[in-house]
Design a protein around this ligand. Structure first.
Ligand code: F6P
Length: 454
């Protein structure tokens, strides 16, 4: 059987902490079939990019490449996270148009391709992930690679006129159209991509999911909603409630309900809006004051990027402000924590929480929403309050869907979650859980790879 080769900027090398849904999901997919995982080592080389590191663990070989400070700053913090990230999350106001960082993006992609190509076999299935590595297929083909090449975009596909506002959009599209299969999180993303192909890409949509470029090259595109290892998370969460850290959290609540948010500290996650909505809830629903504690876990992410530093300052102020206005000597409404926790503890925290607050302004999927559901106690499940701008809202429509900008709406949803009868909580949870049992991480991986092999 052919090997699976996964290529992604972030690699979950054993023993290294890695935040983000991508790493968790790919780890599970690779463990099932084995293969090679190639990407950035997470390390900065003081001299130059290109040094390779290899680790074998179980059936996975991890090959990672160090980046120089300059390449890291311009490719990762620069073009990937100051240009593509805001654009793909519909934040044109935050896009940086520097041409220098685009050159670094090309350069680092070319170096990745150069190092990866000799490791590939003709019958490999190569699966490239996310916006950091869009040009990979074209670069690998230029180096003579003949393996099948698939791409999956973990983040949203923005509307076509936003994408077309990027000076390099044609070259990026040329890169994307060199893959055999391009996967998106939802049908909506796929439709927006097809619009782009028709309106700006000079290509044709032959039929839904079959595209042709103006050079006559055909490729396929589809929606493959990423998911979680549902059964594993359910049993992990049930066991995790006995972990000391989870018990301590439980005791510290003194019988109050918990609302939980877990997100990388990122402006796409809607954290200031979420904090404000919680403040609004305390004002509009005085009967619930003192009865619900909001715990926001937000590990710092991309801390070198200015917009992320600004966000951190804003959240510190907001948390202080809400607590100053509403705290009691024996109750702090907002607990705001910047560190990361082991995944097992997080699932225990989810299970304790009466409310899961997942309110991104835009999100490709959002696996926290899915994990929150999978972690619940079937007898007494909590309520998911979910942004309708997260990809997960397409499948988890039995959640309380909200517009994260609508603070009154989110505060109403918090009150509804507090007041929801057990019967309704069970019904909503069962609907979502049944779906997650079928559409789990294995189904995602199989569906994409089957389409790529076709
Ligand atoms: O899911 C989107 C994503 O950018 C992934 O590609 C990435 O692994 C994750 O978020 C975390 O971000 P970063 O790798 O920049 O810490």
């Amino acid at each position: 059987m052919s090997r699976l080769v996964v290529v992604s900027n972030r690699v979950a090398v054993p023993g290294q902490a890695s935040a983000g849904g991508l790493a968790v999901a790919l780890q599970a997919a690779l463990e099932e079939i084995g293969g090679l995982w190639f990407g950035w080592s997470g390390r900065i080389d003081p001299d130059e990019s290109g040094r390779l590191n290899e680790v074998d663990a179980g059936n996975i070989r991890y090959v990672t490449m160090d980046l120089s400070r300059r390449d890291h700053d311009d490719y990762y913090s620069g073009f990937a996270n100051r240009t593509l990230w805001p654009l793909l999350h519909f934040r044109m106001d935050l896009v940086d148009y520097s041409r220098a960082t685009y050159a670094a993006y090309r350069r680092v992609n070319a170096l990745f391709a150069e190092k990866l190509a000799p490791l590939l076999r003709e019958d490999d299935i190569v699966w490239v992930h996310d916006y950091h590595l869009i040009p990979m297929a074209k670069l690998l083909r230029e180096l003579g690679v003949r393996a099948r090449l698939g791409f999956f975009l973990h983040v949203p596909m923005p509307s076509s006129d936003l994408l077309a506002a990027l000076p390099q959009h044609e070259r990026l599209f040329e890169g994307l159209s060199s893959y055999d299969l391009v996967g998106f999180q939802t049908e909506r993303d796929l439709e927006r991509f097809q619009d782009y192909v028709r309106l700006f890409g000079r290509g044709r949509v032959i039929s839904h999911g079959v595209l042709e470029t103006h050079r006559g090259r055909r490729l396929r595109a589809g929606a493959f909603p990423i998911s979680i290892d549902t059964a594993h998370i359910a049993s992990q969460a049930a066991a995790a409630v006995n972990r000391p850290g989870v018990k301590r959290l439980d005791r510290s609540l003194s019988g109050r309900a918990l609302a939980i948010g877990v997100d990388r500290l990122d402006y796409s996650k809607g954290l200031p809006e979420r904090f404000r909505a919680f403040g609004r809830f305390l004002k509009r629903y005085p009967e619930h004051r003192g009865k619900l504690t909001f715990l926001q876990i937000a590990p710092v992410s991309r801390g070198e990027v200015l917009e992320y530093q600004n966000l951190r300052n804003e959240l510190e102020q907001l948390a202080g402000h809400i607590n100053g206005a509403h705290a009691e000597p024996d109750w702090t409404p907002v607990r705001y924590v910047n560190r990361n926790y082991p995944h097992t503890s997080l699932t225990g925290f989810y299970r304790l929480a009466r409310v899961g607050l997942v309110t991104p302004l835009r999100d490709g999927m959002n696996l926290v929403a899915k994990e929150y559901v999978a972690a619940q106690d079937a007898e007494n499940p909590g309520v998911l309050v979910l942004s309708s701008f997260a990809g997960a809202a397409r499948e988890l429509d039995a959640a309380l869907l909200v517009n994260p900008y609508d603070l009154d709406g989110v505060s109403d949803a918090l009150a509804a979650a507090m007041e929801m009868p057990l019967e309704e909580r069970r019904e909503r949870w069962q609907t979502m859980m049944e779906l997650l049992r079928v559409n789990d991480i294995t189904a995602w991986r199989k569906k994409f790879l089957a389409a790529l092999r076709e």
